[in-house]
Design a protein around this ligand. Structure first.
Ligand SMILES: Cc1ncc(COP(=O)(O)O)c(C=O)c1O
Length: 452
């Protein structure tokens, strides 16, 4: 006999540890049981508009039977076999080739992981490996940015630029250096006449010179930050970053775990600025979350380095589920949907509508800090207690969580960052009516909490 909702919640409390676990936030977890398009349904039968695509990943929307069929067909044929060197599978080979065709022109080869953290971890190790093959074994440091989120392993946690993720797990890994990100609304220290993009890029160059270019392996950046605030850079920033990395012999790792697979209205987000990374991390949207999969893509030079070392110096980086045939088969079917339905177009169109809707609803709000959006379905509303000082509401007022709760009451799920920002990243199949509802529910929820 199946458990009742109350019994399930009791068992959850006793036996399930959640990501970011604390019981104070888990008194009454919503138990989701079904999803269709941009709507999810809980165990009590309530429908919610999914304002965050699960966790920024269900790009093609919920309930796609053809992805279930792709998994089932591959499982019946060969669910899993090792992808270790000397052994391969049709889905892994096909997917690698297809991804290289979709990604930046300079990308040459793919290593598959199960998620974003393993992708970034693989990127850091590959950067170190590359420099060793080039006779520069001291190039090991990683420059990362404040507000970045890169994952849960010790290295990716150390690259993450938010102290709350470190606090109870320190010490961090040595060799991770943080600089300010390109945060037009809050950047400190731009010189007269300098744009925020120029100043933030200058910080990168200063950090490389301060650390010593012969000690720095790579710079990592999300093209548009996700969990750290959905922060959009100025248009001049990434072209300058690319120049600086090339000038000083520092690899540029793009963390496209959120921004990949049509999320920003293009297949991959650095193309907004005509920039190519040396290594790209991906995950999430590659399968739209139907099965876990991620990976890195590397440029030809790095692939050559991997291919040309002596066997005893090989890229000794391995993973049981690398190239998992069933996950890769689902990714291929997911890419079919994106291409057939041209989802980058709806993402771009609905993203503009969302951005304009937020501007119309909040443009003159007394607690508006910043509205970020316009590049696909990735947007944020940043709220402040005081517009003059840009001070956030104090954490104990729980403004963010209360807005989130008011949105849930009105049938919309999303995520907030403390008392600072409300995030929007609905599935790329979202309709105009759903976008308008997302905006109006947010407006009502903010009014319920702030009184205006
Ligand atoms: C930009 C970015 N990088 C890396 C990760 C880590 O991915 P995962 O949780 O799949 O390990 C995330 C997760 O949200 C992310 O947003």
């Amino acid at each position: 006999m199946s458990l009742t909702a109350a019994e399930l919640i009791k068992a959850d409390h006793e036996h399930l540890i959640h990501p970011l676990h604390h019981p104070s936030d888990n008194a009454e977890p919503i138990i989701y049981v079904r999803g269709r398009g941009a709507t999810v349904t809980d165990i009590a039968g309530h429908d919610y508009l999914d304002g965050l695509s699960g966790l920024w990943n269900v790009n093609v929307g919920h309930g796609r039977k053809e992805l279930a069929k792709a998994a089932s067909a591959q499982m019946e044929e060969l669910a899993y076999f090792s992808g270790y060197v000397g052994s391969s599978s049709i889905p892994a080979i096909t997917l690698a080739e297809r991804l290289i065709g979709l990604a930046y022109d300079n990308m040459q080869a793919v290593f598959f992981t199960s998620g974003g953290a393993e992708s970034n971890e693989s990127a850091f190790k590959t950067a170190r490996f590359y420099w060793k093959t080039r006779g520069k074994p001291d190039k090991v440091k990683i420059i990362a940015r404040q507000n970045a989120y890169h994952g849960l392993t010790l290295q990716t946690m150390s690259a993450t630029g938010m102290g709350a993720y470190w606090k109870m797990f320190e010490p961090r890994m040595p060799g991770f250096v943080h600089i300010q990100t390109c945060y037009p609304y809050r950047f400190q220290g731009a010189r007269p006449g300098e744009t925020v993009g120029q100043a933030a890029a200058r910080e990168l160059e200063e950090a490389i010179l301060r650390e010593g270019p012969d000690t720095v392996a790579a710079f990592i950046a999300e093209p548009i930050h996700g969990g750290g605030g959905v922060i959009y850079p100025t248009d001049d920033y990434f072209p300058l970053v690319r120049q600086i990395c090339s000038k000083h012999g520092v690899l540029f790792i793009a963390d496209e775990v959120i921004t990949g697979f049509c999320r920003t209205g293009t297949w991959f987000a650095l193309s907004h600025w005509n920039v190519q990374p040396d290594i790209m991390s991906f995950a999430k949207g590659v399968t739209s979350g139907y099965l876990p999969l991620g990976g890195i893509m590397v440029n030809r030079d790095i692939k050559d380095a991997i291919d040309s070392v002596k066997p005893e110096d090989r890229w000794m980086h391995a993973y049981t589920y690398s190239g998992h045939p069933t996950c890769c088969a689902v990714a291929l079917a997911n890419l079919d949907i994106m291409q057939r339905e041209r989802l980058w177009e709806n993402a771009a169109r609905m993203g503009r509508r969302l951005h304009e809707g937020l501007q119309a609803a909040f443009g003159d709000h007394p607690h508006l800090g910043d509205i970020r959006g316009g590049k696909g379905l990735l947007a944020a509303l940043e709220l402040v207690e005081d517009r003059g000082t840009k001070a956030f509401f104090p954490g104990e007022k729980k403004v963010g969580p209360r807005i989130q709760a008011e949105m849930v009451k009105r049938g919309v799920i999303t995520r907030v960052k403390a008392s600072e920002a409300v995030f929007f990243a609905p599935p790329l199949v979202v309709t105009a009516e759903e976008i308008d509802r997302l905006v109006s529910v947010t407006r009502d929820a903010v009014k319920a909490v702030l009184g205006r």
